[in-house]
Design a protein around this ligand. Structure first.
Ligand code: HEM
Length: 509
């Protein structure tokens, strides 16, 4: 009897607590529950996390404090205020680091550029920055893309249109970007994209990369002690992560060994015509071969692979979806290509110069617009070294986390105006017909400040070459019934159900 009374009292206290919380949070966008904090709300809306976060941020004026379960480290300030972002990424740059938590979540990246701070990051950045500036690097990127377009992507889409089969364009872009970035960074093409419509090969290294990304996201939403425990027990998501890590490491070590072997035979000449130029070799050159160690190469190679694969394929998928669902934009892009890019030469794409690419202002605007609405990296987080006050007046405690949502920033009326949800390449073009510069702390897709993306220029070159080739030669029609195009829950903004399209050869050329 006594124990029944006890249970009744405990139940009454809990009910009171929950009803009180529910009542006082009724008007709040996110309910802060006793013990569980705001986590239940996140878990219930996980499949729609980016749009839910945007709605909440709009309701809160652009910044709010997320409270995780008690006794966990899941508390953070989340913001879309461009002045806050400017402060974090540039003005008070030294105070906002990646930090130890980021390092743990992205441990597979080791001490590569994405995962390091202060002098280690500076050292990585200096080496990679001088590499990205080399002319041979830009021409390597262009040559690689041309080759892959000609030998794989165009024949594959020709074949697809002949057979009338529906294909997943996102999967195709993933494979295309993976082969390209492996060729550029490692000098090895895994050939994950075939040139005919047969069964797509399963490349273990590529699969491992996908799983690794899932784990990165999982570690963002599960309390640290829990994923650490899973890792220690080798169960669930963490077990498959360890398997992927082995596959990735084995593969990278093979590539590094063959780079060293080749370097011993012949020192890289950095010549434009050097047939086997790749980033690994160039890093060895840049950092003087005697001093560079395998771990440094491995950590930066994996960072570059991650940087260059998913971002480009995600950007391309959203761009083609937007263009194929906005026929007026598509027609304007084609008109611009015809007027400003096509020459009488037979191989006009290959012979065309990079200056010619720069003439495609409308296409540039359309790409920026796609990256604004669907930034491939949807959120960023930083750890505050010392306590600070943000321009919005919000306090940041020492060692606490600040997140800025790149996805939400692209959808804020305060930044982009009332038509912020519309796909309008025109918003990027001035009356004189040139591209309007928008500061990077507003157009944040490539990050802002000293840590901004090193691959921005080559990204536009690659995306333009691919867009021109595909739009000029093919009509890509999103298949009926495949309207459910929405973002996946991941650290990269993929499409949850892929992008199913029907490919038809164009008759205009
Ligand atoms: C659509 C394409 C791309 C987008 C949207 C993009 C976006 C970004 C973002 C948001 C960051 C900051 C990440 C962070 O600090 O956590 C970043 C950094 C970086 N990106 Fe990109 N990126 C793209 C393509 C590329 C490509 C193709 C490369 C080169 C292979 C590249 C190389 C890098 C590097 C090296 C950094 C690290 C910068 C640093 O920490 O100092 N990116 N990028």
């Amino acid at each position: 009897m006594e124990s029944l009374e006890f249970i009744a009292i405990v139940a009454a206290i809990f009910s009171f607590f929950f009803i009180h919380t529910w009542r006082s949070n009724r008007n709040n966008p996110v309910t802060n529950w006793p013990f569980f904090g705001m986590l239940p709300g996140v878990l219930c809306n996980l499949s729609d996390i980016h749009d839910q976060t945007t709605t909440t941020l709009k309701q809160c004026g652009g910044t709010f404090l997320f409270k995780g379960p008690w006794l966990t480290n899941l508390n953070f300030l989340i913001t879309t205020d461009p002045m806050n972002v400017h402060h974090i990424t540039s003005k008070n740059f030294d105070n906002y680091i990646k930090g130890s938590e980021f390092y743990e979540i992205f441990e597979i990246l080791g001490d590569g550029i994405f995962n390091t701070d202060s002098h280690k990051w500076k050292h990585n950045r200096n080496i990679l920055h001088s590499l990205f500036r080399q002319n041979s690097f830009e021409s390597l990127v262009v040559k690689t893309i041309h080759k892959k377009l000609e030998s794989c992507l165009v024949p594959l889409l020709n074949n697809t249109s002949e057979l009338g089969t529906v294909v997943d364009l996102q999967d195709i872009f993933q494979r295309f970007s993976f082969d390209n970035i492996c060729s550029i960074v490692l000098g090895f093409d895994p050939n994950s994209l075939p040139n005919k419509l047969k069964e797509f090969p399963e490349v273990a290294f590529e699969k491992a990369f996908n799983k690794m990304e899932d784990t990165m996201f999982y570690r963002h939403i599960v309390p640290r002690f829990l994923w650490k425990l899973q890792k220690w027990l080798q169960i669930g998501q963490e077990k498959s992560y360890s398997e992927c890590e082995k596959i990735i490491d084995q593969f990278l070590h093979q590539c590094i060994s063959s780079t060293f072997q080749e370097q011993r035979k012949v020192r890289c000449t950095k010549d434009d015509d050097e047939p086997n130029f790749n980033m690994l070799k160039a890093i060895v050159e840049e950092s003087e071969m005697e001093k560079v160690d395998r771990k440094f190469l491995r950590d930066n190679a994996i960072s570059l692979l991650l940087a260059g694969r998913d971002t480009i394929s995600s950007g391309l998928s959203w761009f083609f979806w937007l263009v194929s669902t906005h026929p007026v934009v598509e027609a304007k892009i084609l008109e611009e290509i015809r007027a400003k890019f096509i020459t009488n030469e037979e191989n006009w794409l290959i012979t065309s110069s990079l200056e010619n690419l720069n003439k495609l202002v409308y296409l540039h605007g359309a790409l920026c617009e796609a990256l604004r609405l669907f930034p491939p990296v949807p959120f960023e987080h930083k750890s505050a070294v010392k306590s600070d006050i943000l321009p919005s007046g919000h306090r940041v405690n020492a060692n606490s986390t600040v997140i800025y949502s790149l996805y939400s920033m692209g959808r804020m009326e305060q930044i982009w105006g009332e038509d912020c949800l519309e796909f309008k390449p025109e918003r990027w073009i001035s009356e004189k017909g040139s591209i309007i510069h928008i500061p990077s702390y507003k157009f944040i897709a490539f990050q802002a400040g000293p840590r901004s993306c090193l691959g921005k220029n080559i990204t536009f070159i690659q995306m333009k070459l691919i867009a021109i080739t595909l739009l000029w030669n093919f009509q890509l029609e999103v298949v009926e019934g495949h309207n459910n195009v929405c973002p996946s829950v991941s650290v990269v903004l993929h499409m949850k159900h892929g992008l199913k399209v029907k490919v038809t050869k164009r008759g205009i050329n």
